[in-house]
Design a protein around this ligand. Sequence first.
Ligand SMILES: C[S@@+](CC[C@H](N)C(=O)[O-])C[C@H]1O[C@@H](n2cnc3c(N)ncnc32)[C@H](O)[C@@H]1O
Length: 304
Amino acid sequence: MNDLVGLIAATQPAEPWDFVADRLAALADAGARAVASGTIGGVRTAPSLGLCTAQEAEAISELLRAQLRERLRKSDQEEWLRRRKWLGFYEGWHAPHLSCARGTLELLPWRSGKPTTALVEHLASGALDGSVSAIELGCGTGENLVCLAGAARAVTGVDIAPVAVVAAQEAITRSRVQNARVLEADLLAPPDELQGAFDFAFDCQTYQCLRQVSIVAAGAAVAGVLRLGGTLLLLTGNADEPEERGPVRLTRRELEDGLVPAGLELVSCDPFFFDETEAYRVQAEERGLARPPRGWRSLWVRVR
Ligand SMILES: C[S@@+](CC[C@H](N)C(=O)[O-])C[C@H]1O[C@@H](n2cnc3c(N)ncnc32)[C@H](O)[C@@H]1O
């Protein structure tokens, strides 16, 4: 079995890595030193499962033995969607958007490295009066927190991934901002101190992920941090985007069905394009696409 190369075909393009994880682990147990992937029915699987070079195969094999059995057990899909997937993105062992198995913070698929343009525009319009308390849900590496801190009295970032929290704290420290903090917490089981505590919430691509775990809990999570009358600027994927390339694609109806019962009223909802990232750029190049993925930019107010 020294030079065995296993061939895996994934049938679920949305979560191929998860799907094949236990099969990969079984191959590694059997002594496989390299693992490659295929496609089924013409469906392209994640690039990280594409046929690999010897070096990549070695890296994958190493990862398999060291981490897969521990971290990617298929037994608990909810736990995967809720937490482990995010640890994987930030720790570099889940990188379905890369042609090599190992990712880095710089290559997180959604990360532009700059404050999100839609947030910058919202703040530039004078929407916040400087006395507000603001929160970013799923703050990632913290670029938006620093930007928000310039327009709010106090800013809190929340993320479930410890590596993200450290990176966000570093971004805050680097920028010498005094009125921002970051908490490691699960928004689907939020600490009491966050409940009803904020005048403004910003969410870029987090609600769309929370609702994959539970639509009701996701609605409660994003609405629950706002005081009555507080506003939410929400950026999500858009079902009018023809390509599967990261942001979860939702219809406007799905947004309303998820958030209105949670006590939010829709103020506006417009299509927009996410900011360019390295992953989106590579996808666009490979697939001949003109722009980053399409999303919805929506504004909500808590009425109940
Ligand atoms: C697609 S990323 C977007 C990150 C950031 N908003 C940005 O645009 O750069 C989603 C973020 O939400 C975080 N996240 C996912 N589920 C979460 C949960 N249940 N509680 C807190 N954070 C969560 C992830 O760790 C990740 O940083």
